[in-house]
Design a protein around this ligand. Structure first.
Ligand SMILES: [Zn+2]
Length: 89
């Protein structure tokens, strides 16, 4: 469990990058990551899935929810309350 603490040097770099970005610097040119409060190189791989992967997952989840909602409305006879089981014996 050795999570890097935010050192004074990192804190200063974060402040500097924040100010530079406010002044028009491109976010890709940051040496630090505002989201993770760490050096950009330390969390670069954490950002990759966020852009393409999670957006796709979100879209698929929406599709799934919509599909299930449509199924529920189209087929009310599948409700367990509508079934009758004849007694035999
Ligand atoms: Zn990050």
């Amino acid at each position: 469990m050795t999570r890097k603490p935010v050192t004074k040097r990192l804190a200063a770099a974060l402040d500097r990058d924040d100010q530079r970005e406010e002044n028009g610097m491109h976010p890709d040119d940051r040496a630090t990551c505002h989201t993770h409060q760490s050096w950009a190189e330390d969390c670069a791989d954490r950002h990759m899935p966020l852009t393409a992967g999670s957006l796709l997952a979100q879209a698929r989840e929406l599709d799934r929810v919509r599909y299930q909602a449509a199924q529920d409305h189209e087929d009310p006879s599948r409700s367990p309350h509508g079934t009758t089981t004849p007694l035999e014996g």
